[in-house]
Design a protein around this ligand. Structure first.
Ligand code: SDX
Length: 391
């Protein structure tokens, strides 16, 4: 229907090479979720609509959407015992370390949806995760800054609720700006799913052994944390700050081209896209919208725009088909919203939880599903005799 699919034979060994959820055409910069173009979803749907369609396969009717929203809202609170976990973490613990630990621990609190053979329980655990990850994410941030946890509120939308749990304090009401809430919701959608990326493949492989959904999502969080993957938005902002000014860009472009220099332009390049990442285009527009509507002049945006212009013209990057990816602009928007850099990958994990759990649910719905077992090319020693040392 969409053209020729090719799969890495190694994937065939893990039995996770087919999916109906997301389609990417890297050469033409196409990204579809359940057939819907990401450009339309990011501007015309909200994140919960996208969550519904990723899990269930079709966009919700307005009744289904309202029912889904009510169910998610009902699950946003976490067991009070989870609050105790944070007392054991150092104040300066990285929020991804806390998110990974607490997500895995959820299975010790919720025992009524661990039967992965039951589709109803699988969907219930999916809903619980979509609902609770923002609450846990905000708790990580509050622990870092020594402020009390803020409970979720049922009168707020998904993104408003997250922002309120992040920024409100007992002393005063946090006024959620509609512009920021919309930008946050769009960032969630743009990171929701992306086919068989490293963290999604991790979740599928973990799930193929029958591990519970909370343990699988914790595995996804761990894999996403790497700077080559979800950690790139945090690394990109650090890189822009290190470049510091437009004048210093050529020096860093040369470093990125130098084969002996491990420096990479964070936010550029992709394993699949050899064209503009369609998410980066929407992120770029959102970035300009948010900064102009909030009247923020961020010198890092000037550096980012000039870096993008130079890189897109530079023969090295053109020849290697290196374009800005989803992480290039997201960091600037998150910084404008007031999110600290060490929370960027947490936001990515929050957004991607629905993608991970949709792939997990899809894989377990396959009656022929088997445990994953990637093959290897052995390059070690041939068989040889062992001679024990004299003890
Ligand atoms: C995400 O898989 C997904 O879908 C991931 C993701 C998702 O939504 O889940 O899209 C999210 O992880 C986006 C990527 C975020 N990572 C970064 O921005 C980190 C910086 N990017 C690079 O580390 C790199 O581009 C990768 C890891 C993303 C891809 O690396 P590859 O597979 O080596 O890319 P490639 O084969 O296209 O590289 C072609 C050449 C190589 O040089 P040669 O070996 O041909 O000489 O370009 C070089 C690479 O070394 N190169 C770069 C570069 N990225 C690739 N050179 C300088 N700067 C870069 N950013």
């Amino acid at each position: 229907k969409h053209g020729y699919f090719t799969f890495d034979p190694g994937f065939l060994a893990t039995g996770s090479c087919e999916s109906k959820i997301t389609y990417i055409d890297g050469d033409n910069g196409v990204l579809l979720h359940r057939g819907y173009p990401i450009e339309q979803l990011a501007t015309e749907a909200d994140y919960l609509e996208v969550c519904y369609m990723l899990i269930h396969g079709e966009a919700p009717t307005s009744e289904q959407y309202e029912e889904f929203k009510k169910t998610i809202t009902k699950h946003t609170m976490v067991h009070q015992g989870i609050h105790e976990f944070f007392g054991g973490f150092r104040r300066d613990a990285h929020p991804m370390a806390m998110l990974c630990a607490v997500t895995g621990a959820l299975s010790s609190f919720y025992h009524d949806d661990l039967n992965i053979a039951d589709p109803k329980q699988r969907v219930r655990s999916a809903y619980r995760l979509i609902a609770k990850i923002p609450t846990i994410a905000a708790m990580c941030y509050k622990h870092n800054i020594g402020q009390p946890f803020v409970y979720p509120r049922n009168d707020l939308s998904y993104s408003e609720n997250f922002l309120n749990m992040m920024f409100s304090v007992p002393a005063e009401e946090y006024k959620v700006s509609p512009i920021i809430a919309k930008a946050m919701d769009r960032i969630f959608t743009l990171h929701a799913d992306h086919e068989q990326n490293a963290s999604t493949s991790t979740v599928r492989l973990a799930g193929s052994s029958g591990a519970n959904p909370y343990a699988c999502i914790a595995a996804g969080v761990a894999s996403l944390w790497g700077p080559a993957h979800g950690g790139a938005n945090e690394a990109c902002l650090k890189m822009l700050a290190e470049i510091g000014s437009v004048e210093r860009i050529p020096e860093f472009i040369d470093k990125a081209k130098d084969k002996n220099d491990p420096f990479r332009l964070m936010g550029f390049g992709h394993r699949v896209y050899k064209n503009f990442d369609p998410r980066a285009k929407v992120m770029r527009e959102t970035c300009h919208e948010v900064l102009s509507e909030l009247n923020i002049k961020d010198p890092l945006l000037d550096v980012a725009m000039e870096l993008e212009r130079i890189a897109l013209e530079d023969p090295y990057f053109v020849e290697k088909k290196l374009y800005p990816n989803v992480d290039f602009y997201s960091g600037i928007i998150l910084k404008a919203i007031g999110i600290p850099t060490n929370m960027f990958t947490v936001i990515f994990a929050l957004s991607r939880t629905v993608g991970w759990i949709s792939h997990w649910h899809e894989m377990l719905s396959e009656p022929s599903q088997k445990i994953g077992r990637p093959r290897q090319l052995y390059t070690g020693e041939a068989k040889r005799e062992f001679s024990p040392i004299k003890k």
